[in-house]
Design a protein around this ligand. Structure first.
Ligand code: ATP
Ligand code: MG
Length: 244
């Protein structure tokens, strides 16, 4: 299993002011899956995502990523594992405003200690993969929202991570542009990358192959869209094909 969470929970704050953002949750995600985490605002989606992405630690329970128990990791070790294994995509892109698109995409490779020429080459390739070759020298502010998200996706894949975590990647985009971003994620999943996508939009979630639904910090359903629902399979496949 790529991701194995056993009875993980997350409580923010203390005593009377505490919030149970995530109640004890057991969840496994295998390599190659495309999982949507679906739920309304405040249901704990980002809380779960942050634990999966080693940006936060559970209050209780155990979490294994790629076979490794993450409880004992120092912050530096967590950062190193994160850089090696995970690409992040956020609703608000998180591009550095004074750096060009190319420089933004190269950034994770600087942290990874990749030398300059190879950095350039890999960033150019990642940008080509998201059809952004014509915008490499632009600043983020000179791009549309969809283009900024494509640049952010290029940045997330430039280290060749096996896992991509996307928290509401279509949340700031109009629906046509949102579908375009979903097409890119589906294509990345077809090249073998595991995708975990957070969304509050059930139409977007339907494009995944599995939907984990959260409500008030609890997993209220966990369904394989493709393999367990024969009737839904054809429709889901059609939607995915149309989108791709
Ligand atoms: N740092 C924090 N301190 C205190 N409470 C928090 C913190 N982060 C989240 N919460 C609370 O935990 C609950 C779950 O938050 P979370 O951000 O995981 O929800 P979400 O499903 O991602 O919502 P949204 O769709 O609005 O992003 C909410 O009630 C929220 O107020
Ligand atoms: Mg959130």
């Amino acid at each position: 299993m790529l991701i194995e969470a056993h009875e993980i929970s997350r409580v923010y704050g203390v005593e009377s002011a505490s919030v149970a953002a995530l109640r004890p949750t057991t969840l496994s995600i295998a390599a190659g899956e495309f999982v949507a985490i679906l739920g309304p605002s405040g249901s704990g989606k980002s809380t779960l995502m942050n634990i999966i992405g080693l940006l936060d630690r559970p209050s209780t329970g155990t979490f294994h990523l790629n076979g490794r128990n993450c409880a004992g990791l120092t912050d530096d070790q967590a950062a190193e594992l994160r850089n090696k294994l995970i690409g992040f995509v956020f609703q608000s892109y998180h591009l550095l405003p004074r750096q060009s698109v190319l420089q933004n995409v190269e950034l994770p490779l600087i942290y990874a200690g990749v030398r300059r020429a190879e950095r350039r080459e890999r960033a150019v390739k990642a940008l080509a993969a998201v059809r952004m070759s014509h915008r490499v020298d632009h600043l983020p502010s000179q791009l549309s929202g969809g283009e900024q998200q494509r640049a952010a996706i290029a940045r997330s894949i430039v280290t060749s991570p096996s896992l991509i975590l996307a928290d509401e990647p279509t949340g700031a985009l109009d629906s046509a542009t949102g579908w375009e971003i979903m097409r890119l994620l589906i294509a990345l999943n077809r090249t073998g990358r595991t995708i975990v996508l957070v969304t509050h939009d059930s139409k977007i979630a339907q494009l995944a192959s599995r939907i984990v639904t959260l409500r008030d910090g609890d997993v209220v359903s966990d369904e394989m869209v493709v393999s367990l629902q024969p009737d839904a399979t054809a429709q889901n496949q059609r939607q995915r094909d149309e989108a791709a």
